[in-house]
Ligand binder design. Sequence first.
Ligand code: SF4
Length: 178
Amino acid sequence: MITKEEIEKKITKYPILEYAFFDTSELSFDANVRTICGNKCPQYGKSWSCPPAVGTLDECKARCTKYKNAFIFSTISEVNDIYNMDEMLSARDEHIQIVNKINNNIFNKYEDVLILTAESCSICQNCSYPSELCKYPEKMYPCIESQTILVTEICENHKISFFNGSNTVTWFCLILYS
Ligand code: SF4
């Protein structure tokens, strides 16, 4: 198993703002997160990376807690207009590229690792949900909140900044491994 120290050494190559390690027993799963997804998120019911496609609360909890270790990290993107969707999507792509590199170069020894990231998957221009199976299940990262996990709570517990300025987007990635 890759050690915490090895991960810490390897991630220095990447533009990570903050990170923390913790045990997955610390994760809390909150049904209210699913309610917020259903009521507020335009991607609800439109992507394999989001609810309800990711499964029930119990299924999400079982999926995440089968791993022992959690590694969370943040990256930031400066944007001119935080409400400009094109700018936000391009900024998210930069975050996903960092996640891909960390996945391929650090967690590549793990056949079974769960990587959760920010927002809905955007690999395909039009998600195949629900008419066809996911086109790239091996590349697709479910949204952290889709698993009913509160990122804000992890940030509070581990002194990671959730907000880094008005025109700065803070992105998170949560990697679960054993
Ligand atoms: S890889 Fe394509 S089909 Fe799968 S969740 Fe992402 S956008 Fe949807």
